[in-house]
Design a protein around this ligand. Structure first.
Ligand SMILES: Cc1ncc(COP(=O)(O)O)c(C=O)c1O
Length: 462
């Protein structure tokens, strides 16, 4: 039995897959402040036009430029692993495979899009990128990409993660980026929040507002903003994961996958692995596809599909997505990258269609899974990734109870070597579960009740 399945560099996928081309009900457009669909040029102060074109593209396959592949070869194709040692520990008839996205230099899937975004910005003549980061994985991925492409990079890091993860900041600085805690006094959005809530742990929604403001107010016009998840072009760039996985599974003779699992914050690592399999499901395949989130930030399982802003200061257009409300400040769980109020419109629309089966898990179960993983497979997982592990272990145990073979494919989205304070809290028995109280959810949703509502139309096939 092969534990690691490699792909030759010459077999790396040369096109990304765009699910927008195949969704049975079309994606609904982003709306401007007047409630009308925005035109691509309205996004031009924020993103370069070549990425805006990808954002609205309906093409099924989009070529990956050689210049991007040339950078990705540093770690891609990433290995597919058979989780043989976990299987043995669980004594399960399931065959568990995982894509190891932790092998990238910053340690997660995030550079798949960071490199692409930095490359397209560079082509467009941009000199400087701004962004937000939660756990620090995205910020360090963009810092890495900007270093390779000779762009300046400024990262607004959610305050709680900035305090919990000083080494992530140092990684960003090592790659030459400037990283500051958010909310910060540097932007109007940051100052307004600090005045109201001086002790706030921050949120991705606030950090996004700051990063957009910093980009659009640069008088030179040579700064743009880069987002690490949620948007269509980010999902697109991540599909290289699932496309590689398909080739690797074929190499070891797997003809069919039964379950695909990924954790979901904004949805990008999940989408990256799952969308090529969602295409199979749309074409008739019988596959269970499970995005996993924390119970403290239950965007997919308890929030409505609504039009909402992607950021707290309402600078972004209204996106059709599952949302806990743009003002939502999630409880301070350690999976910083899963503490986001919204979810990619493409993933949201696939949920509305019934193509996906979202699952919410408590953090203690996830840490328990991460410990079992570390003590069997060996790798220390990012706290975000541990949500996918816990769901995978549930599936493997169920296969055992039912006495059925089952092929499970999971995205191991990143390592947790910079996230050990969370492990420390767990090992010392200081961690608690934080299922979101209903009154907090309702309070947060009150802010979006008067916004336009997206259509809930679906094909009814799933
Ligand atoms: C390792 C890891 N996994 C998952 C996520 C969640 O993001 P997304 O849902 O966009 O993949 C993050 C975000 O920071 C992350 O760092």
């Amino acid at each position: 039995m092969a534990v690691k399945v490699f792909l030759d560099e010459k077999d790396i996928p040369r096109q990304w897959y765009n699910l927008a081309a195949d969704l049975p009900t079309p994606l609904q457009p982003p709306l401007g402040p007047d409630g009308k669909p925005i035109s691509p040029d309205m996004l031009a102060p924020v993103f370069p036009m070549n990425l805006i074109e990808q954002e609205v593209s309906q093409e099924r396959w989009i070529d990956i430029p050689e210049g991007i592949l040339d950078i990705l070869y540093r770690w891609r194709p990433s290995p597919l692993y058979r989780a043989k040692y976990l299987e043995e520990a669980l004594d399960t008839p399931a065959r568990i495979y995982y894509k190891n996205e932790g092998v990238s230099p910053p340690g997660s899937h995030k550079p798949n899009t960071a490199v692409a975004q930095a490359w397209y910005n560079k082509q467009f003549g941009i000199k400087r990128l701004t962004t937000e980061t939660g756990a620090g994985q995205w910020g360090s991925a963009l810092a890495f990409a900007c270093a390779l492409l000779d762009l300046e990079c400024k990262v607004f890091m959610v305050r709680i993660s900035f305090d919990q993860k000083p080494f992530r900041r140092l990684m960003m600085e090592t790659w030459g980026a400037n990283c500051i805690p958010s909310p910060s006094p540097e932007t109007q959005a940051g100052r307004a929040i600090l005045e109201k809530m001086p002790d706030t742990p921050g949120s991705l929604g606030i950090a996004i507002s700051e990063a957009i403001e910093a980009a659009v107010t640069d008088p030179s016009g040579q700064t743009r903003y880069s987002l690490g998840s949620v948007l269509n072009h980010v999902m697109l760039h991540q599909t290289i994961i699932g496309l590689e996985a398909k080739k690797q599974l074929a190499k070891v003779g797997e003809k069919k996958v039964d379950v695909v699992i990924g954790c979901a914050g904004g949805g990008s690592n999940f989408a990256g692995l799952a969308f090529p399999f969602v295409a199979d499901k749309i074409a008739g395949a019988n596959i269970r596809i499970i995005p996993v989130e924390p119970t403290s930030c239950p965007t997919m399982t308890r929030a409505p599909f609504a039009y909402d802003h992607g950021d707290t200061a309402k600078m972004t257009p209204l996106l059709p997505m599952h949302s806990l409300g743009h003002g939502f400040v999630p409880p301070p769980i350690h999976a910083g990258g899963l503490r986001y109020h919204g979810l990619a419109p493409l993933v949201s629309q696939a949920i509305v269609e019934g193509l996906l089966e979202p699952l919410a898990l408590n953090q203690l179960e996830c840490y328990e899974a991460a410990l079992l993983w570390a003590r069997t497979e060996g790798y220390i997982s990012a706290p975000e990734t541990s949500h996918a592990l816990a769901a995978t272990i549930r599936q493997a145990k169920q296969a055992k109870e039912e006495g059925k073979e089952r092929v499970i494919l999971m995205n191991w989205s990143g390592h947790g070597l910079m996230d050990l304070t969370g492990y420390q809290a767990y090992l010392e028995g200081r961690l608690e579960d934080f299922p979101l109280p209903e009154d907090m959810l309702q309070n947060s949703l009150a802010a979006i009740k008067d916004l336009p509502k997206p259509s809930m139309a679906k094909s009814g096939k799933w």
